[in-house]
Write a protein that binds this ligand. Structure first.
Ligand code: SAH
Ligand code: SF4
Length: 360
């Protein structure tokens, strides 16, 4: 659809400004009979000053501000519920979308970093049995603007506190590679110097292993990081834990990873959720080490975060550490991820599933 198609009134709906690429924003400005440089001014208001109202854009003529408010809108997400962990370091927000669906995003504060974990879909079609999002079914893809706005929301909050957003992880609801076009458009908004201007190497995309997505990312020659949610090192177990494995089994996935490393020169992070008695024995660790041998990678261990209606439990600490020791012995770089926000249900999709999937 052309930008100008939106300008014919409410019947078609307002343009979501955060959906637009920079050239599309220029098109919009030109279609309103304005000089091109207004696009730069509007982009600065949206992404640098993080304006949430056209009234703030005081270097634009009043008539243009009014016209923009008629034909476009800045935000479409409404925060419904916010939960902060007791230590104040993790904050989760449940947003409602214009169609009544809900999504979650999380802000995590570290010593020198402020990281947003963002969603790309309402629900997820992959259906991993340990994941609250996967268990909630799939509704729809998010638009680029709906992805970008999650970040803009937290960037505003940080700005008020005199802080700056430093990192982004696509580890919220949904499979980013199944909504690739919107995800990549959002990445461009995050990295574009005239918009959020974040370093690509501070952005990580996490996937359940959708190989065409790995290939598409490798082609971008970007510094964006890649994380793969592995959770099992044999097909039998992984077919059950990550059903996408039935389409893209481990041999093909590891081959695609090798190609990715060759093309990008970048190390891959493998996420491995440890589930008591299921995938957490020393022999599972050895199997994992064999699978990853020779691959430029790093393993992140995280004890499973328990979700409702799922019998599985996270491995106890001793078992996590024993698994880590086994990997280290085999020469695999590995860290144990600090369990963030368990008490605020910061696990993917958990707050939303507690509250029900629709707003209201
Ligand atoms: N769909 C993508 C990105 C979103 S999920 C993916 O699967 O990679 C982000 C991460 O949270 C994934 O590594 C996923 O496996 C993990 N995850 C989901 N539910 C979890 C749980 N209950 N405990 C621990 N990790 C979980
Ligand atoms: Fe989807 Fe990722 Fe959850 Fe699996 S872990 S259901 S791929 S969001």
């Amino acid at each position: 659809m052309r930008i100008t198609d939106h300008l014919e009134g409410d019947a078609i709906g307002k343009v979501a400004l955060l959906d637009l690429t920079y050239p599309e924003l220029e098109d919009l400005v030109l279609s309103l009979g304005q000089p091109r440089y207004r696009a730069a001014q509007i982009a600065a208001w949206l992404y640098k000053h993080l304006a949430s109202d056209f009234k703030e854009m005081h270097n634009l003529p009043l008539s243009l501000r009014d016209r923009l408010a008629e034909v476009s809108e800045i935000g479409r997400l409404t925060p419904l519920e916010e939960v902060t962990s007791q230590d104040g370091l993790t904050r989760k927000v449940l947003f409602s979308l214009p169609d009544g669906h809900t999504i979650e995003s999380v802000l995590m504060h570290y010593k020198r970093r402020h990281t947003v974990c963002l969603s790309t879909q309402v629900g997820c079609p992959i259906g991993c049995p340990f994941c609250a999002t996967g268990q909630s079914g799939f509704e729809r893809d998010l638009s680029p603007g709906e992805i970008v706005e999650q970040v803009v929301y937290f960037a505003r909050e940080l700005q008020k506190a005199g802080q700056r957003l430093t990192n982004l992880v696509f580890m919220g609801m949904g499979e980013p590679f199944l909504n690739w076009e919107a995800t990549w458009k959002a990445v461009q908004a995050f990295t574009d110097p005239s918009r959020l201007s974040l370093g690509a190497r501070h952005i990580t995309i996490s996937t359940a292993g959708f190989i065409p997505g790995l290939e598409a990312l490798a082609q971008k020659e970007s510094q964006v990081g890649l994380a793969i949610s592995l959770h099992a090192a044999n097909d039998e177990l992984r077919d059950m834990l990550v059903p996408l494995n039935r389409h893209y089994p481990l041999e093909a996935l590891i081959g695609a990873c090798q190609n990715y490393v060759k093309c990008s020169g970048r190390r891959i992070t493998f996420e491995y959720a440890l589930i008591e008695g299921l995938n957490d024995s020393p022999s599972h660790a050895q199997e994992l080490a064999r699978l990853l041998s020779g691959l430029l990678c790093h393993v992140n261990l995280i004890p499973l975060n328990h979700i409702a209606d799922c019998a599985w439990r996270g491995s106890p600490r001793e078992r996590v550490l024993a698994f880590q020791r086994e990997l280290l012995k085999e020469g695999v770089p590995v860290t144990v991820r600090i369990d963030r926000g368990v008490e605020i249900q910061a696990g993917c999709g958990q707050l939303r599933s507690r509250r029900g999937r629709q707003a209201g």
